[in-house]
Design a protein around this ligand. Structure first.
Ligand code: 13P
Length: 253
């Protein structure tokens, strides 16, 4: 049985007060969410240490995540943050290849694969994001687009690396738009991804968690998470409100 995983991606939101309120609120409410669900939060880089202190003191098993990382271990890379630095702060999950990074910061498949490797080399778990644009979906190129992104990672990293990774299917047209993929639309792509992995390694395909992202909220989470191949969610906007986020986490139970 794959444990469900619900991760809040706070993107570029929050100040010190909001981070305190969110982390403390999630810590207080976490016992209401069953053990069958793993919870993670990804604040901005500069708020990670603040969140880490609260999470360590509370010790309720909420995973700390980062939204990005650089692939090199150290060096003259102004403005970048290395995987060992994140690991030292207690980070266990790192998002790589989010569509906002692919689109707004021109991240290539090769860079994303290098980041994935760097995350695992520091004993953290990468959450590899893949997903099609609206144009690709309308042109019936969803399968091609999603599997191309997946294959680009597998060819660099190898299938075995997915034993210790999470895949997030995030259709770009559903991110921040309020337009969620229907549970059936999402399940279809999650199944495609798992089936594609199964052709290369059945054990990896059975074990890897494939979570869904794109306008997940309490009103649609249960139907999404009930699908056979949807193992939880990567939640943007709705993770910035404690009650809404906890209600989404409970939907995965
Ligand atoms: P929203 O939940 O705001 O649509 O964002 C999804 C997302 O991009 C999570 O990584």
């Amino acid at each position: 049985m794959r444990q469900k995983l619900v991760v809040g991606n706070w993107k570029m939101h929050g100040d010190r007060d909001l981070v305190n309120r969110l982390v403390e609120g999630i810590i207080d409410a976490a016992p209401l969410v069953g053990d069958a669900v793993e919870i993670g939060i990804c604040p901005t880089y500069i708020h990670i240490e603040q969140a880490a202190k609260l999470l360590i003191a509370a010790n309720v098993g909420i995973g700390l995540g980062a939204q990005n990382v650089y692939c090199e271990e150290k060096g003259a890379y102004t403005g970048e943050v290395a995987a060992p630095m994140l690991a030292q702060l207690g980070v266990s999950l790192v998002i790589v290849g989010h569509s906002e990074r692919r689109e707004l910061f021109a991240e290539s498949d090769a860079l994303i694969a290098a980041k994935f490797k760097a995350v695992q080399a520091s004993n953290m778990i990468p959450i590899l994001c893949i997903g099609e644009s609206l144009e690709q979906r309308e042109a019936k190129l969803t399968e091609q687009a999603v599997l191309e992104q997946l294959d680009a990672a597998i060819s660099e990293i190898g299938i075995a690396a997915f034993h210790n990774a999470v895949i997030a299917y995030e259709p770009i047209w559903a991110i921040g738009t309020g337009k969620t993929a229907s549970p059936e639309q999402a399940q279809e792509v999650h199944w495609l991804i798992r089936d594609h992995l199964a052709k290369q390694d059945a054990a990896v395909a059975a074990a890897v968690r494939i979570i869904y992202g794109g306008s997940v909220k309490s009103a649609n989470a249960k139907d999404l998470f009930n699908q056979a191949d949807i193992d939880g969610g990567l939640v943007g906007g709705a993770s910035l409100e404690v009650n809404e986020f906890i209600s989404i986490c409970k939907s995965a139970d």
